[in-house]
Design a protein around this ligand. Structure first.
Ligand code: NAD
Length: 248
């Protein structure tokens, strides 16, 4: 059974990693997919083709999610290309890991702007369309680190904790308009973001996970599918961890 037949989704930061995994899963379930990343490149072109092979409409856009003017333009462009947006997945994110002692103002600002301000930018730009159509689903990519904190990631943890507060507030503001807003908190997922960690850190993280393996983009995409579909029609303002039991 296809769970998103006829829907249209926008996913930020989807040229690779978790965002790409969500794009593929949503297309498999019948959703048209607009996706953005910092650049429109070979990865974007390849993903467009993969998505179209599921028989849906797909288009990649170059747009910096941390810029409010680019985000507004992105949403307007997608509305002119697709006519409607039903689902927004705020996925774009970066790390600049560092002990606070060595963290610069720029390391702080970069992570807060790309991870947290982007969620404000896209949600703000899309809300008027969703309010008008009296339907919408918003999914924000937080992290278990936003719930528990993590030494060496104070900027990242603050951005991901901020996303949780934003998610719960938007759920309360827009629920009466039939717009649901939830967050996903992944644990240790195998993507380029975690590939840059040392072998030792990756082994330690894997050992700490009760399921004894890193997660895959598809593990996260399956939960995003649940949150985007009517299977979760009474789930609003929640944070679902996808972490193999790392955070309980
Ligand atoms: P990734 O680095 O593999 O992919 C992130 C994508 O976002 C890249 O394609 C990158 O170009 C894009 N991006 C970066 N800055 C952008 C910007 N300003 N505008 C638009 N796109 C931008 O990372 P990932 O592991 O797939 O992570 C995806 C999301 O999941 C992030 O928000 C991340 O914080 C979160 N997350 C990841 C993990 C993990 O273990 N991988 C764990 C918890 C949360």
């Amino acid at each position: 059974m296809k769970l998103l037949e006829g829907k249209t989704t926008i996913i930020t930061g989807a040229n690779k990693g978790i965002g790409k995994g969500i794009a593929l899963k949503f297309a498999e379930h019948g959703s048209n997919v607009a996706f953005s990343d910092l650049a429109y490149n070979e990865d974007s072109k390849r993903l467009e083709n993969e998505l179209e092979s599921f028989g849906v409409k797909a288009k990649g856009y170059a747009s910096d999610a941390s810029s409010s003017s680019e985000s507004e333009k992105l949403i307007n462009d997608i509305i002119s290309d697709f006519a409607v947006i039903d689902i927004l997945v705020n996925n774009a994110g970066i790390t600049r890991d560092m002990l606070l002692l060595r963290m610069t103002e720029n390391d702080w600002d970069m992570v807060i702007n790309v991870n947290l301000k982007s969620v404000f930018n896209l949600t703000k730009a899309i809300q008027r369309y969703m309010i008008k159509q009296r339907f919408g689903v918003i999914i924000n990519m937080s992290s278990v680190v936003g719930i528990e904190g993590n030494g060496g990631q104070s900027n990242y943890a603050a951005s991901k904790a901020g996303i949780i507060g934003f998610t719960k507030s938007v759920a309360q503001e827009l629920g009466s308009r039939n717009i649901r807003c939830n967050a996903i908190a992944p644990g240790f997922i195998d993507t380029e973001m975690t590939a840059k960690l040392s072998q030792e850190i990756r082994e330690n993280w894997t050992n700490d996970v009760p399921l004894k393996r890193p997660g895959t983009p598809e593990d996260v995409a399956n939960v995003a599918l649940f949150l985007a579909s009517d299977l979760s029609s009474y789930v609003n303002g929640q944070v679902i961890s996808v972490c193999g039991g790392l955070h309980t």
